[in-house]
Ligand binder design. Structure first.
Ligand code: ASP
Ligand code: MG
Length: 509
């Protein structure tokens, strides 16, 4: 048994859903298919709710647009035999939604409980429509088998009950089962959701319950990448990762999969394949317990968080005093503030930690009240805040036995004039993090990438002076052969500039 999950963009248009059907049809044995809402639908339902609660009538227009879109998907995809039935269920879900939103509008009240009911319709609709497009697929309502507490918006799964219900509801001879991602329900059958991006998590829960042979996450990227391809042009897909490495990478900027996803599959050592539904021929990334590392580099990937603040508590009142960090982090925990990175020098003169900027103000208030005596009266402590920073983390299990990793990291940065403001390394040596200024992020990622990863190709930068017969023929040849040179000869030719006697064009990039 395999579990396959398709994300919002993979099911973004009827044509893409037809492509998804091909991927599913190619699976030989039985499988469970988990789907997200159609691309953009969850965001749009959220927006509709937020308009309704402030009595902005525009929500009605958006709602009708969404109905039209879902009807057209159903119309194009549902098999003739059950099209009428599917369309009538689509209408039914929308009339339910209309009532709920009228309530929100009239009461000016949008509780998280009601929001979950509204958001859940995205996946209810997509799973219904996609199920009708697959032949002989049985649709199971995820809310009947995935049970959670009532922490609406980010509900916690009751693994035991859920696993029991999933096993019970699947027949031995079910070859194709389809379920909605993201949605679940409480013991009292109130609809809940598992957090934004939660369809991945649904898939992992189902895979663990069934002890599946594999979990395949089909998304719109080539897998986990060595770095964010939007910032590092040379980034490429990582072939294999251990669970820990994947957890480290998903925690940071690599939003390839929703972080809680890995927990249930890790426990049971179920391999996870992250693949691109737009390029099914690509291998993607395999996450497993003993990843073979074809990669020569001791690190697997580089990830980053774009915006963070650093807060430092410092002063003589904490030198050699036990319990300071307990008081500090206790105060932050009581305000539900989560910390991204912590570092403390062995002199114990200061503790520095990184936060998401929206939490900074509250954190400072919490610390100031906890250490009121030391800060206000004896003035032996003070709090510093630094803004506009980013974190870069390099991740890899092989770092443990390889000396010189931090040297390479810091050398790459210093050679390029990028100063490091703080650093942290856990003793597991799975991750080394550095904090730098925001403005240096793109450059830092690129130089670190160059420092650790052998490029898959050589680059040649050229300028052409003179575009007469020879020059222009060369230009044409380069244009024509660019891809062949890259693919067959691993040579990337970058044309930086062209000039004739009157004019010069230079690419700044
Ligand atoms: N549709 C939900 C979201 O956009 C869940 C998911 O796509 O994973 O957050
Ligand atoms: Mg997603």
């Amino acid at each position: 048994m395999k579990v396959l999950k398709f994300g919002g963009s993979s099911v973004g248009t009827p044509d893409r859903i037809k492509g998804v059907k091909k991927i599913i049809d190619a699976v030989k044995g039985p499988c469970v298919v988990i789907v997200s809402a159609f691309e953009g639908v969850t965001d749009s339902l959220k927006k509709i709710s937020e308009l309704a609660v402030v009595r902005n009538e525009e929500y009605k227009t958006l709602l009708e647009e969404s109905l039209i879109m879902h009807r057209s998907f159903a119309d194009e995809l549902a098999g003739e035999a059950d099209k009428a039935e599917v369309l009538s269920v689509v209408n039914l879900i929308f009339s339910e939604l209309r009532y709920t939103l009228e309530g929100v509008f009239l009461l000016r009240d949008l509780s998280r409980h009601v929001l979950d009911q509204i958001l859940s319709t995205g996946e209810r609709l997509s799973s219904l429509i996609i199920a009708s497009h697959l032949e002989h697929a049985r649709l199971i309502d995820s809310r009947e088998v995935i049970k959670t507490d009532d922490n609406f918006g980010n509900a916690n799964v009751d693994y035991e009950t859920t696993a029991m219900l999933i096993r019970k509801s699947l027949d031995q001879d079910d070859r194709r089962v389809i379920m909605a991602g993201f949605i679940a329900s409480t013991a009292n059958d109130e609809t809940t959701t598992l957090g934004r991006g939660g369809s991945d998590y649904t898939a992992a829960i189902v895979a663990a319950a069934l002890n599946a042979e594999a979990l395949e996450i089909w998304t719109d990227t080539d897998g986990f990448m060595t770095a964010d391809p939007k910032k590092v042009e040379k980034a490429y897909a990582i072939e294999c990762l251990s669970y820990q490495e994947a957890i480290e990478l998903s925690h940071f900027g690599a939003k390839v999969i929703y972080t809680p996803t890995l927990r249930p599959v890790y426990r049971q050592q179920i391999p996870v394949f992250v693949r691109n539904s737009f390029k099914p021929e690509e291998k993607g990334t395999i996450i497993s317990s003993n990843p073979e590392n074809g990669n020569k580099s001791p690190i697997k990937g580089i990830s980053s968080i774009d915006h963070i603040d650093l807060v430092t508590l410092q002063g003589t009142a904490m030198v050699g005093v036990a319990g300071t960090s307990m008081r500090l982090f206790g105060a932050l925990a009581r305000h539900n503030i989560s910390i991204v990175l912590i570092t403390q020098a062995s002199s114990e003169y200061s503790i520095t930690f990184a936060l998401n900027p929206p939490d900074t103000k509250l954190a400072v208030t919490a610390i100031t009240s906890e250490f009121e005596k030391e800060i206000k009266y004896s003035r032996e402590l003070n709090v510093l805040i630094e803004k506009d920073l980013s974190i870069i983390a390099i991740v890899g299990e092989k770092m443990k036995n390889t000396p010189g990793i931090s040297a390479t990291l810091f050398k790459s940065l210093s050679r390029n004039g990028i100063s490091v403001i703080a650093t942290a390394q856990g003793s597991s040596e799975l991750n080394i993090s550095v904090v730098i200024r925001n403005e240096n992020l793109g450059r830092a990622l690129n130089v670190i990438h160059d420092g650790f990863f052998l490029s898959k190709y050589k680059e040649m930068h050229i300028c052409i002076a003179g575009i007469g017969f020879v020059g222009s023929s060369l230009l044409k040849q380069l244009h024509k052969q660019h891809e062949i040179l890259l693919r067959d000869h691993k040579l990337k030719v970058n044309l930086l500039g062209v000039a004739n006697s009157r004019k010069m064009l230079v690419s700044r990039k």
